[in-house]
Design a protein around this ligand. Structure first.
Ligand SMILES: Nc1ncnc2c1ncn2[C@@H]1O[C@H](COP(=O)(O)OP(=O)(O)OP(=O)(O)O)[C@@H](O)[C@H]1O
Length: 282
């Protein structure tokens, strides 16, 4: 197994050394993150890094702590222990993180064009006018997200896939080094999921943005992610899809009988239960 693929808990020092080795290209280094909420351990000694321009897929069952991890990275939750570093210096006109939260609800009657919705992501959006540079930033973000043709449409009237592009544009408007995307393809049909993932992949390549994308679709992630972080309530693994999506690795993560099958080039995860194995929703 690649030495970057780790199962928690693991000895502390080798991981710390690896994080230091990758510091030059890293957009994010998280080390030994522990989070307790409501008296429960949610994240247990989680360490990983993401390089600039890298696509890290985040998988795991409901309640594993994926969104909690994003909230930690956004500094909305302070971990009980551990450290987070964003090694890339944030130049003028850039920001460290762009974020698209999970399942954002928009009133269908909201009288706001997609263009204005993206402008709300600017640092000084609440003012009577936008200057030329602000307007250029909004247009560039819409172009990058493949949403330019939606600019003058009401945000509430857009389809699910169109809205996701506009959400992505808003997250891009301040030129982030890191994009946190919480299930941006959920509730989309397979074609729209594929389109959205392809747009995200293009964005990170063109702009050298590190992408962290939470998804329950291992096959979608498999097509685009350089590596995955697989979280379960007690343990985690990080590495390439081939390294992590193995029966032996998932059995250690889940602590139960799990099978990873490859059927016609697609990954299928089943949790064995009597009498019929259940297909696992990550
Ligand atoms: N503020 C809080 N106080 C107590 N428990 C919390 C809090 N926030 C989240 N949790 C719990 O932490 C666990 C992880 O939640 P989280 O939303 O991070 O999971 P997730 O992996 O993103 O799940 P899903 O795939 O369903 O979105 C859940 O059991 C949740 O109930």
């Amino acid at each position: 197994m690649n030495p970057l693929a780790v199962i928690s808990p693991a000895p502390a020092s080798p991981r710390a050394e690896r994080a230091t080795e990758t510091a030059t290209a890293a957009a994010l280094i998280a080390q030994h993150i522990d989070v307790h909420l409501g008296g429960r351990s949610i994240l247990n000694d989680v360490s990983f890094h993401v390089d600039s321009g890298e696509f890290l897929g985040i998988l795991g069952p409901n309640g594993a702590g994926k969104t909690t991890l994003f909230r930690v990275l956004l500094q909305l939750i302070k971990p009980q222990s551990g450290s987070i570093a964003f090694p890339r210096p944030v130049e003028a006109g850039h920001t460290a993180i762009g974020y698209v939260p999970q399942a954002r609800q928009i009133d269908p009657e909201l009288p706001l064009h997609a263009w204005d919705f993206v402008a709300l992501g600017l640092p000084h959006a609440i003012r009577p006018w936008l200057n030329r540079r602000d307007r250029a930033s909004v247009q560039a973000a819409l172009d990058l997200a493949g949403a330019a043709q939606l600019a003058r449409k009401s945000i509430g009237r857009l389809s699910g896939g169109e809205k996701q592009r506009v959400f992505l544009a808003q997250a891009l408007v301040r030129n982030p080094h890191l994009l946190l995307l919480d299930e941006p393809t959920s509730n989309l049909d397979p074609g729209a999921q594929e389109e959205m993932a392809a747009v995200i992949d293009r964005v990170r390549r063109e702009r050298n943005i590190a992408v962290l994308l939470i998804s329950h679709d291992v096959n979608l992630v498999n097509r685009y992610a350089d590596r995955i972080l697989y979280l379960t309530p007690r343990h985690y693994a990080v590495g390439t899809v081939d390294e992590v999506m193995q029966t032996s690795v998932l059995q250690r993560l889940y602590g139960s009988s799990v099978d990873v099958l490859r059927v016609e080039g697609k990954l299928l995860v089943t949790i064995s239960s009597d009498p019929v194995p259940a297909i696992c929703r990550h």
